[in-house]
Ligand binder design. Sequence first.
Ligand code: GDP
Length: 198
Amino acid sequence: MNIKTATFKISNTDYKLCPDDNKPEFAFIGRSNVGKSSLINMLTQHKSLAKTSGTPGKTQLINHFEINNEWYLVDLPGYGYAKVSKKARIVFEDFIAAYLINRNPLLNTFVLLDSRLPPQKIDMEFMSWCGEKQIPFAMIFTKIDKLSSSELQKNLAAYKKEMLKYWESLPPIFTTSSDSKFGREKVLNYIDEILKTV
Ligand code: GDP
């Protein structure tokens, strides 16, 4: 897919106030610092469409970016952990859950994972939650330029093994680097394939 135009459309916390023109949406989510803003900027070939972690006053909103006047790339706030009676539990704002569950034009959510880390409980929990709610997702491993290909293969294998403890099959998996632009074509082609089905 060729990205001809990428423009910021609207930010809010209520899925009902998101654009109502019914264009298909693809959401991106992950823990803070996973490389989400860098990936969005890399995919859209924009220096600062999405605000990176270093941006002061970065707000926690659902951000819609219109791509090629055809679809929306949706930048979602990250999830985190809260301590609830000694146990850590995954939390994310109710408005994010409401968006993911109720947003009709949402075709796929990309769950971003740091390729340098072993399977993280919080990410596994988030993907389980998506499964329970029947929210289709694909996995994107970020920052692959930061490790050797053997380390990457080892971490991917560990993730796949962990996923297969809970899932019968694996979702689509992409490996990316915002620095080298590795993976750009594959992610955009995947979006294109889904767009062709609507
Ligand atoms: P966000 O909080 O998920 O939006 O993460 P950012 O996009 O702000 O990235 C967090 C940090 O990781 C920044 O210092 C980025 O420069 C760095 N980073 C993000 N993606 C990559 C990548 O693909 N390769 C490398 N080497 N660094 C990255």
